[in-house]
Design a protein around this ligand. Structure first.
Ligand SMILES: [Zn+2]
Ligand SMILES: [Zn+2]
Ligand SMILES: [Zn+2]
Length: 66
């Protein structure tokens, strides 16, 4: 591998995926089964940037119980 990033070379815990920040759901990584802390992600995305509408859904359902 010649394209290791600095964190890889240093053996640091990190993730090459993008962490998607949701308004009403847990943050979600594009890498399946990612357990890396949010701060260890190089890329961060707003969930609306990937077509998620949890913002709108959450705003509506916030007034409903069950
Ligand atoms: Zn790396
Ligand atoms: Zn990740
Ligand atoms: Zn979302």
């Amino acid at each position: 591998m010649t394209d290791q990033c600095r964190a890889c070379a240093a053996g640091l815990e990190h993730c090459h995926g993008a962490l998607i920040h949701h308004a009403y759901r847990r943050d979600e990584c594009t890498e399946d089964g990612c357990f890396t802390p949010p701060a260890a992600h190089d890329m961060h995305l707003d969930c609306s940037a990937v077509g998620c509408v949890c913002d709108e859904v959450g705003a509506v359902s916030a007034h409903r119980v069950g």
